[in-house]
Write a new protein. Structure first.
Length: 313
């Protein structure tokens, strides 16, 4: 029968290279109080933040600090009612105001804990935007820590990915297009042609966003390698099944019972769990269909990389 293929959407390889598990054991325990979806989101954002820092050639201490802040960025959601936190539809204005308090709640939680105090900026700043349109304080570029600008982009990206239930990197360029719009400067005209500082920047940093593109391309290449590995497995299985099919044809043509039994015994020797004389032809058809599907996925993923590269320019 067909083997199940599992692909991890985010690779944790880079996280391990910084030995972050040991330095963040206490912080990770804090995440245990979050609902499972928020906890997974925090882990994803930390993963992306860490890998983006690597592409930004950040120093190790900065990377560890930024990644830890990313792990804790949504810790304040512990005190947001689940009916708001997990609401499937859009929030009302009143619910949105309650949701926004997770930034200051998380900040106060960190400030009240000596071990978490150094990372209080993660919860506080991760929703601030360069153009001043964010919250809780409406800060602009010069007042938003650089690590928070990285976390903000990782946070928005993973929120969209999770909401759209991506199982593959196919069409993930649509998410990057949304982020690109947030990185574009406002083009609205200002009265008396007096351009404010805020109108010259977008909500997020274009330079940091382009680093995210590199991480996404890496993950897409990783998915391609996983699919190719599975493709090779399918090809090997089809070689075996084709041999079975050849023996089956010879058994059907055999005039002597001894010859028929000989070929059928060969088929039995090559059958794997769940395969038999009655279903092997359907198994072959299933494997061929699966192989074609995986080959189409590989083509689509390579096409996605080309789209992302064009978006980067």
């Amino acid at each position: 029968m067909l083997r199940k293929q599992d692909i991890e959407f985010y690779s944790s390889t880079t996280l391990k290279s910084y030995n972050l598990d040991k330095s963040m054991r206490y912080q990770l325990n804090m995440l245990g109080n979050l609902d499972i979806m928020t906890r997974k989101h925090c882990e994803n954002v930390a993963n992306l933040t860490c890998r983006m820092c690597e592409y930004l050639h950040a120093k190790e201490l900065f990377t560890i600090h930024a990644t830890t802040c990313a792990y804790l960025h949504d810790i304040g959601k512990i005190f947001i009612p689940l009916e708001i936190l997990q609401k499937p539809g859009p929030l009302t204005d009143e619910e949105y105001e309650i949701m926004k308090t997770h930034t200051t709640i998380g900040y106060n939680m960190c400030m009240n804990d000596l071990k978490l105090r150094p990372y209080a900026g993660g919860p506080l700043y991760h929703h601030e935007c360069l153009d001043g349109s964010g919250y809780p304080h409406g800060l602009t570029k010069k007042d938003i820590p650089y690590y928070a600008q990285i976390i903000h982009i990782a946070d928005v990206f993973d929120a969209i990915v999770s909401k759209r239930h991506y199982k593959s990197h196919i069409n993930i360029s649509d998410t990057l297009r949304i982020l690109l719009k947030d990185a574009m400067p406002s083009r609205q005209s200002i009265a008396l042609d007096v351009l404010s500082r805020d109108s010259k920047v977008g909500k997020i940093s274009m330079s940091i966003l382009k680093v995210l593109f590199k991480v996404v391309i890496d993950d897409t290449l990783y998915e391609i390698s996983c699919v190719m590995e599975y493709e090779n497995y399918l090809k090997e299985q089809l070689k075996r099944l084709d041999k079975i099919a050849q023996y089956g044809e010879k058994a059907e043509r055999a005039k002597k019972e001894s010859q028929k039994e000989y070929y059928q015994s060969g088929m039995i020797a090559m059958f794997e769990k769940g395969e038999n004389f009655d279903n092997y032809k359907q198994v072959i058809a299933d494997y061929k269909e699966a192989l074609e599907a995986k080959q189409n996925i590989i083509k689509s993923l390579y096409h996605e990389i080309e789209i992302i590269k064009k978006l980067k320019k």
